[in-house]
Structures are given as structure tokens and as C-alpha cells.
Design a binder for this molecule. Structure first.
Ligand SMILES: Nc1ncnc2c1ncn2[C@@H]1O[C@H](COP(=O)(O)OP(=O)(O)OP(=O)(O)O)[C@@H](O)[C@H]1O
Length: 192
């Protein structure tokens, strides 16, 4: 078991490029050393487990999913209220052999706090920022109830990011930001 030496906690609006940036970092660092973790990943699996439901059916867009959607959201909120780090813990519980973790979808202050509190010296916070017009070219459509909810706006303010990646049309600017993140990771790896 390896305690993570660097954790990149990534946040950003929909279609800002969080996955895109995460995949570049993974490619540069290599799968032996690095893993991507999605906080949204384990919610459905855990909900299915605790309610004795078919996880595969919950994943596709069938009636099954629709039937449980509202209850699943409430259940998730309730879990988070009791233990704000519940899904962070769950999402990273299988990453204990990687020395660099990329958390590709931090959405709430409690997500950032979880990593800062539990892995203070390893955590690097990154905001991916992209102009709305460019996000729209990538498929973003503002959806009421989603884009104005806490899960999309919870980190718009209140965090002092270690680094902001401007992911617009400028390849050089993106490349420079990626290199800065890699430098910060290298420092963390050296410190340990
Ligand atoms: N710099 C870039 N150059 C080319 N394509 C990009 C760039 N950034 C993002 N994209 C593309 O834009 C789309 C959206 O990016 P991505 O999925 O990484 O966003 P996201 O922030 O993870 O979105 P969501 O919040 O919806 O999961 C993807 O198809 C991705 O390949």
C-alpha cells in the first residue's frame, strides 16, 4: 500500500475540460504511478448495493434509472450530510497502490476540504477555466436545475486554487499549465 504523495483535486464548470486535462496528466505520469478517481463514480454503485438493486440497470437510461433517480439524489444528499467525506473516501478506496491521485470532478467545498484535511501536504487544487462560448462548442447547454445547483456552482468561489488552467483555444497556454502542474507534482514526489 502506497500513501498518495500528490493529489490533484480538479474542479471546473461542465465541458471546461476536466477529463481532458486529467487524461493528459495520466498519460504523462503513467498508469503505474497515477490513477484518475471520479467522486461521482461510486454513488450509484453504493446506492444499488444498499438498496439491493441491479447496478447495471441503474447505469443505463431506462425506466429503472428514472424510477430511482429522485430517491438516489436524496439518499446521496443525506449521506453527505451525515458524513461530507463519504463519497471521497469511497471513490479513492481502491487507489491505494498509486502515488499520484487525480480527482477529476470536485464539486463541493466539502470535497476540497476532505483532501486538504486528510492529505494536507499532498493536495494540489486546480481549477479548469474555459470561456462559455468554447464550452458551448464542446456541447455545453445551460440546463436549469443542473447548472444553477450547488453541485455545479459550489466551487465558483471560496477556494484559493493552487493553479488555474485556462483551457480555451490556446494550445501553448494549456501546455504551460500542464507543465506547471507536473512541476508541482514532481516537488511533492521529491519531498517524500
Ligand atoms: N483543449 C482542448 N482541445 C480539444 N478538445 C478539448 C479540449 N478541452 C476539452 N476538449 C473536448 O471537449 C469535450 C469536453 O471536455 P471534457 O469532457 O474534458 O469536459 P468536462 O469538464 O470533464 O465535462 P463534464 O463536466 O461534462 O464531464 C471533450 O470532448 C474533450 O475532448
Amino acid at each position: 500500500m502506497v500513501f498518495p504523495k500528490a493529489i490533484i483535486v480538479i474542479s471546473g464548470k461542465r465541458k471546461s475540460g476536466k477529463d481532458f486535462v486529467s487524461e493528459i496528466l495520466l498519460k504523462r505520469l503513467g498508469q503505474n504511478k497515477c490513477g484518475i478517481f471520479r467522486l461521482s463514480g461510486p454513488l450509484k454503485r453504493q446506492y444499488a448495493k444498499e438498496h439491493n438493486l441491479d447496478f447495471e440497470k441503474l447505469l443505463d437510461a431506462t425506466e429503472y434509472k428514472e424510477k430511482y433517480r429522485a430517491d438516489m439524489i436524496l439518499w446521496g444528499e443525506e449521506r453527505r450530510r451525515k458524513d461530507p467525506g463519504f463519497f471521497c473516501q469511497l471513490a479513492t478506496s481502491e487507489g491505494l497502490d498509486k502515488e499520484v491521485w487525480i480527482i477529476s470532478d470536485a464539486r463541493r467545498l466539502t470535497d476540497v476540504d476532505f483532501f486538504k484535511l486528510n492529505y494536507c501536504s499532498a493536495t494540489i487544487t486546480v481549477r479548469v477555466d474555459s470561456e462559455r462560448a468554447i464550452r458551448e462548442q464542446r456541447g455545453f447547454v445551460f440546463t436549469e436545475g443542473i447548472d444553477d445547483a450547488e453541485s455545479e456552482c459550489g466551487l465558483d468561489s471560496g477556494v484559493k486554487w493552487d493553479l488555474v488552467v485556462y483551457n480555451n483555444d490556446d494550445k501553448k497556454e494549456l501546455e504551460d499549465s500542464i507543465n506547471k502542474i507536473l512541476d508541482l507534482i514532481a516537488l511533492k514526489l521529491k519531498d517524500h
